[in-house]
Design a protein around this ligand. Structure first.
Ligand code: AMP
Ligand code: GLY
Length: 434
């Protein structure tokens, strides 16, 4: 394919199920020119050309983009954003979807986000920031329990402890400062426990304008009934019933708009997708945390529902034209079931063979996104913790759930497992007619 003036060559950075879903949606764009991925995965390579770029080598990525006349770089994961890849690409005049390093602090430092909330009156739990254990422990005195202890930096979702009492909170503080989360734990945030229903809320931002971009709910615990250890997410569905139009409007007004305005005022405008982890409390939406990228697996269900041209939308964000973008979602529900390798979220078993993907994929309304696979000739092998995202859309969550599990049941992979109850809360709501 050669570039015509109407086509945009794209480089997609990342290698998970989130990036496969983005690749799938980008590939549907009539505007897509040449399409490259780094590092990519076997699912992504159905659409995009592999590169051998080292994405931590920013000058090499810039040189590649110049050579291939890349018109848009889409950065999926947080690590390259926190490392400043978007800054270096923008400094070279390239269009990038994803925030600069200074704006990626919203995910890179929980204390940074809490301070922003305090400065701009954004609803969130009360908190303290600490760099030594004694001061952190002193803060606990007289506070209501449970209380939440967090490592300040990126800890792959593992640096959060909900402590039932002072002894547990003190143990969590000691673990952080003793290096359980490496550099991420050199500062600790202690915050009020928020009670309510969680939702993942997404807003696109071009530095000035912010537009709501869907909501989802995920299941973080490894076991059915929301039991067992935390994971990166075992499944998700969209829309999130708790995010009614009124709640979305309130979240945009009380949380997203002041964040975007505050970041702009500080001279560090946010350009990309803001992923707000919300607790919907009796007092309204409260911010738990920000991520500066799409959720994984939340992105997979958003992409299944998006009816606009993703490439046009992401380009509008990158070029500061979001106010003119056309964004619409299907009224269908979408649901994704994560299939993980035995051992996850501990050490997953690698190299086992997966069969039946083609027949599962052929079911109506089903897409299978690769999260942690590798190709060995014709064989697809497990190569990570979360391995596949079996995703379906249908008019209701219950029907999307039935389709997704019908597909799961066609996949023959004895060394894999999944939860059997993804979407249970929304399905129960549908049954009750609420
Ligand atoms: P995080 O890594 O900040 O997303 O936290 C992981 C999970 O811990 C969240 O998805 C919530 O379920 C829970 N959590 C974090 N902070 C709070 C809080 N202040 N109140 C209640 N639950 C929380
Ligand atoms: N599913 C949660 C995340 O992407 O952080």
């Amino acid at each position: 394919m050669t570039e015509t003036p109407n086509e945009t060559n794209v480089l997609l950075i990342g290698s998970g199920g989130r990036e496969h879903a983005l690749a799938w949606a980008l590939a549907a764009s009539p505007q897509l020119g040449d399409f490259y991925a780094a590092p990519g995965n076997p699912g992504i390579f159905d659409y995009a050309v592999p590169t051998n770029l080292d994405t931590t080598d920013h000058p090499a990525v810039v040189a590649f983009c110049r050579e291939k006349a890349i018109g848009l770089v889409v950065i999926g994961p947080e690590a390259p954003l926190v490392a400043g890849l978007a800054d270096d690409l923008r400094a070279s005049g390239l269009a990038v979807f994803g925030p600069d390093k200074a704006a990626a602090r919203l995910e890179g430092s929980k204390g940074f986000t809490k301070d922003l909330c305090a400065e701009f009156h954004i609803p969130t739990g009360a908190y303290g920031r600490f760099t030594d254990a004694a001061a952190a422990k002193a803060y606990l005195a007289g506070k209501p329990m449970p209380i939440v202890v967090k490592a300040d930096g990126l800890a792959a979702g593992k640096g959060v402890v909900i402590a039932a009492n002072i002894a547990e909170a003190e143990a969590a503080i000691d673990a952080c400062f003793e290096g359980a989360f490496g550099a991420a734990g050199s500062e600790v945030v202690i915050e009020e426990f928020l009670d309510g229903e969680e939702a993942s809320f997404f807003a696109l931002c071009d530095g000035d304008t912010a537009i709501a971009f869907g909501a989802a709910q995920d299941h973080k615990r490894v076991g059915d009934g929301d039991t067992g250890p935390n994971t990166g997410g075992m499944g998700a569905y969209s829309p999130a019933p708790v995010m009614t139009d009124a709640m979305i409007e309130r979240t945009m007004r009380e949380i997203i708009a002041p964040t975007v305005a505050g970041m702009k005022k500080r001279g560090t405008p946010f350009k990309g997708v803001l992923f707000a982890g919300l607790m919907i409390t009796a007092k309204g939406p409260q911010l738990i945390e920000y991520n500066v990228r799409f959720g994984d697996p939340e992105c997979q269900v958003l992409m299944m529902r998006l009816s606009s041209d993703l490439l046009a939308v992401l380009l509008a964000v990158a070029q500061g034209r979001l106010a003119d973008a056309e964004i619409s979602f299907s009224s269908d529900a979408a649901l994704t079931v994560v299939m993980a390798a035995e051992g996850y979220p501990g050490t997953p078993r690698k190299g086992t063979e997966i069969h039946g993907l083609a027949s599962a994929q052929s079911l109506e309304g089903v897409e299978i996104f690769h999260a942690g696979t590798m190709r060995d000739g014709e064989r697809i092998l497990a190569h990570g913790g979360r391995v596949l995202n079996v995703t379906a859309h249908a008019p209701t969550v219950a029907e999307a759930q039935a389709r997704a599990y019908a597909a799961v049941d066609l996949i023959r992979w004895p060394e894999g497992f999944c939860r059997r109850d993804i979407g249970w809360r929304a399905v129960a709501r549908e049954r009750a007619g609420r």
